[in-house]
Design a protein around this ligand. Structure first.
Ligand SMILES: [Zn+2]
Length: 85
């Protein structure tokens, strides 16, 4: 994955979106997770947005993303962000 340097410019969000799209294109590992609030595994699928599936917990009605990227994949994502100083 290419390293993108994010500076203080008006294209910040476009740059971040480009980086996110590249990250998703690399097909990062994702895992199913239970409800992060009550740990229930009962859910209803609701909708998908930006390559993420949103589930509604049947027990507490919380909305959460699952499957989600693993902690290791998340670290890779943030390693390509170099703050401009
Ligand atoms: Zn829940």
């Amino acid at each position: 994955m290419n390293t993108i340097i994010i500076g203080n410019n008006q294209n910040f969000f476009l740059t971040l979106k480009k980086l996110y799209n590249e990250f998703e294109a690399s097909k990062p590992n994702k895992v199913d997770v239970s409800c992060p609030f009550c740990e229930s595994n009962s859910f209803n699928n609701t909708f998908s947005f930006e390559s993420s599936d949103y589930r509604e917990c049947e027990e507490c009605s919380s909305l959460y993303i699952s499957p989600r990227i693993t902690k290791d994949e998340l670290q890779k994502y943030f390693e390509c962000l170099i703050p401009f100083s």
